[in-house]
Design a protein around this ligand. Sequence first.
Ligand SMILES: [Zn+2]
Length: 160
Amino acid sequence: MRISGIERYDIRQVMGNARGDFRSVYVLHADETDCTACGYDPMSDSGDDPTCSECEGTGKTISWLAREIPSRIKVFDFVQLQGAGAIPPGVELGDVALYVRKNDRETFEALEGKQRSYVKIAGDGNVYQPFSITADGVGQDDEIRVLLRKVNVEQRATGY
Ligand SMILES: [Zn+2]
């Protein structure tokens, strides 16, 4: 069978939609150290000196480990939450689903319970943290699904 240029274009469109939106995702892991200039107070989760220039009053100095992860992305917008399409349980407006390689699972799991670490998506000004990591992709054995929710973080890595 001969495939015309137009058909080929349509096929590419259909494939593109089925595969979702590919974007770079950055996992920013905050490697925390107690501030050596003022000190860290675990009771208040802040620095001993609120005006400390070294830690900006947080009591922690951070060195960032950034890792770029190629991901397929699905943003849950209002239309989808109205009932069109399959929505994973617990998903809210503005949440994002990432479909990433199984090998990247540990990178996302390492963020659990880490309040200062976050996920940044290229072209998106928000920051996110994962709230669900499951093998439940879209029937592709080599993928896992990571559900992200917008969060506020005290400090962000430069450029992320
Ligand atoms: Zn300090």
